[in-house]
Design a protein around this ligand. Structure first.
Ligand code: GLY
Ligand code: MN
Ligand code: MN
Length: 485
């Protein structure tokens, strides 16, 4: 068994901080420094209720502990990343850390310390700023600049696990002995402290376990996904209401409108919004969003609100910008709709994960043969994968805290598995006819259609969590007409 980690208490009498990192506070008089030390109320909070998911996070840690007995497990939240000079990108805690703790603060680290019977979990966090040495107001991370943090005692009450000062953790980890695994890619300082103690292969086993643990969602997670989908539906409505402003400006108006909803109702967007008007719909990862929005074209909007607890929706609608599909747009749209219906019908407990993809692809292959774009029969097309020139991507993926959730799961636990109640996945077939594709009739060129919904596997079938938004072409038109009033 590994020895216990014993970070030292930070030295209160350390050198006073003389200036903020950007140098704004050079030349602080002794009188001012003295003044800033005192005269502040005690704001310590007591009697705090645990966060709503505290019991779930404890159960998740227990499952992790059972999988890796006798080993120290290190799961960092991650650090701020510099954008430029002294400004940082907005921070989003690592999925693994947030899943196991419910906490989202930067620099936090969860450590599971092996014991004779399992593990003791401790969360390592930045404590309140020291006022005595000036850190509070002279350090760039001082609370005067970045806002009040929870004290370690407050964090313990909220998260339901002991909290210690993270500033001493790297040194303690570097000294410690015994087997250890860490989640990589989030905290370079912690990784440096563990360099000689971990291997990529063993760390990958930890990452795989934490990915597979998230395949089946608990009731808290399902409620979060419902919230994400409801907020996303409102974001799509917001967009429809401002399509005239987007026409006067660009796709950015659509991106910005959706972002407002994401920030007001949630934490952020769960991935870069794809606001693709006209032929941009055929570029799968169109996130530049700087193109023109024109009446008569389609808008492919792929966007999702991420909730404050970091669960995201992933929804696509392909809308006629002027409110009415042309005949050829409708023909292509209705084919994708039919494929999506077939895909959603294949989502049920006990079905193979691949079934929904196969069902949707078959419909699309049949349409492509029917339209004379590829020589049939559909079985031949599917066997040779010829439909993929126009379908481009898989029909869906797991959804949760990450938009492409559980991505480190093994093939046998994900794409080769059978569906179980509590799994949530997207069903998102599409057809994309590139503007320069000479193998299709000219009228098809530049049309891209995807319809994407978030489907929860239930005991007796499935539930479409994003069904607040219409999908059938005539229902989309009626919905748009109602919103534009
Ligand atoms: N928005 C990313 C995806 O649909 O997978
Ligand atoms: Mn998706
Ligand atoms: Mn999507």
């Amino acid at each position: 068994m590994a020895e216990e980690l014993t970070p030292e208490t930070p030295d209160e009498a350390e050198e006073p901080i003389k200036q903020r990192k950007n140098g704004l506070y050079q030349g602080v008089s002794d009188e001012l420094a003295e003044s800033m030390k005192s005269g502040w109320a005690d704001t310590e909070l007591t009697g705090l209720a645990p966060i709503p998911q505290a019991e779930r996070t404890a159960a998740r840690r227990a499952a992790l502990s059972a999988r890796f007995p006798g080993e120290r497990l290190v799961i960092p939240a991650g650090n701020l990343k510099t954008r430029s000079n002294d400004t940082e990108y907005s921070f989003r805690a690592s999925t693994e850390y947030a899943y196991l703790t419910g906490d989202q603060t930067h620099d936090g680290v969860l450590v599971l310390e092996p014991t004779a019977t399992g593990h003791d979990a401790t969360i390592y966090l930045l404590p309140r700023s020291n006022r005595e040495n000036g850190e509070f107001w002279l350090d760039g991370m001082g609370e005067l600049w970045v806002g009040r943090r929870h004290s370690l005692a407050e964090a313990e009450q909220l998260l339901g696990l002991p909290a210690k000062d993270v500033r001493e953790l790297a040194a303690a980890l570097a000294e410690a002995t015994g087997p250890v695994r860490a989640v990589r890619g989030h905290d370079a300082g912690i990784e440096a402290a563990l360099t000689d103690k971990v291997t990529a292969e063993r760390d990958e086993e930890l990452r795989v376990f934490l990915s597979e643990a998230r395949l089946v969602k608990d009731d808290f997670e399902i409620a979060e996904l419902e919230k994400a989908c409801a907020a996303t539906a409102r974001g799509f409505e917001d967009v429809v209401k401002v399509l005239d402003k987007a026409e006067a400006t660009s796709e950015r108006y659509i991106e910005g409108t959706f972002f407002l909803r994401a920030r007001v109702e949630g934490n952020d967007v769960g991935y870069g919004t794809i606001a693709a008007a006209g032929p941009h719909a055929c570029t799968l990862h169109w996130v530049r969003n700087d193109g023109a929005v024109r009446s008569g074209d389609l808008l492919l909007l792929d966007a999702g609100v991420e909730t404050t607890e970091l669960y995201t929706a992933d929804v696509t609608r392909t809308l006629p910008i002027n409110g009415r599909y042309t005949d050829v747009q409708r023909k292509i749209y209705d084919a994708v709709y039919e494929a999506q219906e077939a895909g959603i019908a294949a989502v049920k407990p006990g079905a193979a994960y691949r079934d929904f993809h196969d069902a949707a692809q078959r419909v699309l292959a049949e349409k492509l043969v029917e339209w004379g774009l590829v020589e049939g029969p559909a079985d031949r097309v599917l066997e040779l994968g010829l439909q993929r020139r126009w379908t481009l991507h898989g029909t869906g993926h797991m959804l949760g805290m990450d938009v492409h959730d559980c991505a480190a799961a093994r093939t046998e636990a994900y794409v080769d598995t059978t569906l179980e109640p509590g799994m949530c996945l997207t069903v998102e077939p599409g057809l994309y006819f590139q503007a320069d594709d000479l193998t299709v009739p000219e009228e098809y060129r530049g049309i891209g259609v995807r319809i994407e919904d978030d489907i929860l596997v239930t005991e007796d079938g499935n539930r479409n969590l994003s069904d607040q938004l219409p999908r059938r072409s005539d229902e989309v038109e009626a919905w748009m007409a109602g919103l534009k009033g």
